[in-house]
Design a protein. Sequence first.
Length: 95
Amino acid sequence: MLKLDEEKKRFIEAIGNPSRLKILLVLWKSDKELTIYKICQRTGLGRSAVSRHIGSLVEVGLVSRRIYGEIPLYTVNKDDSRAKALMEFFTKIKI
């Protein structure tokens, strides 16, 4: 049986969800930070689902959150090597 520490388990769970992958793709294809509202528009997911999934992506470090006034803005975490590897993978498979 494959043994993973908690951090690796959370990462695999984060990228193993189709809705989270959809959110990552939308953020990756965007040239700017996005609000929850914009992510909802571009993914077709509901606000509560996006909020829940984005929280998981922030928690594992794949997505960065910045607060502008009272508005949270999200983008792919370009400092995370795993996020970079996922974006390179998306590029290679031409999504």
